[in-house]
Design a protein around this ligand. Structure first.
Ligand code: SF4
Length: 213
């Protein structure tokens, strides 16, 4: 898979797991190939399956509002999901389905090489930090596999519980500050922290204490 277009071509024809049977359209992901920010959600829902685009339902409208709140638009970032086809009745994706689909997401991450990956919800969180809960992990920047990861709650959580909305909004507003810190390796506030992500050989994930809560 040499580029994002090739990945999308393959995804649209993929039958590597059971989710291919029920999909209307696969949802490869979309955005800038040079994005600094890459968002990873769970999987397509009803609206996404209809249009073949990620985050176009009510949760997607909230994501657009969140992006606008930090001066960005959809075309500035890249948005992808753990699985590219809609699970029936919006059930959770199964481990075997996420495993079958991971080759596409892994390659998208490699090709885009974002400065910061923002995981949306628990499934993309556990891709990087297995066994962790979103409640404990959200709002903390950490390094994993040579990349900086910032987990936040899934935008859909705000649709189900109003109290989640303010948490997501405040976590989102940290993103410009995080990017700024990552761009400024000599920041005195980070003098004891590694600025370049350590590679996978690091004994454990690094965490930027500045952003920890
Ligand atoms: S979810 Fe992923 S692995 Fe499964 S059929 Fe769709 S593209 Fe292929």
């Amino acid at each position: 898979m040499n580029n994002l277009e090739e990945i999308a071509w393959l995804v649209n024809r993929c039958a590597d797991c059971e989710l291919s049977r029920g999909r209307n359209k696969a949802v490869p992901g979309e955005g800038s190939p040079q994005a600094d920010l890459m968002f990873i959600g769970e999987g397509p829902g009803y609206h996404e399956d209809r249009l073949g685009r990620p985050f176009v339902g009510p949760a997607g409208q909230f994501l657009d509002d969140l992006l606008m709140s930090i001066g960005l638009k959809r075309a500035d970032v890249f948005i992808a999901n753990m699985v590219k086809c809609r699970p029936p009745q919006n059930r959770d994706p199964l481990p075997a389905e996420m495993s079958a689909c991971s080759k596409y997401l892994d390659r998208q991450i490699e090709l885009i090489d974002p400065k910061l990956i923002i995981t949306l919800g628990r499934f993309s969180l556990t891709r990087f930090f297995p066994g962790e809960t979103i409640t404990r992990a959200r709002g903390k920047v950490r390094e994993k596999e040579g990349r900086w990861i910032y987990p936040i709650m899934h935008p859909a959580a705000a649709l189900h519980r109003e109290e989640n909305r303010s948490t997501i909004v405040s976590d989102f507003k940290e993103i410009p500050r995080i990017l700024e810190r990552l761009d400024r390796p000599s920041s005195p506030l980070m003098e004891d922290q590694p600025v370049e992500p350590q590679k996978a050989t690091a004994p454990q994930a690094q965490q930027l204490s500045l952003f920890s809560s």
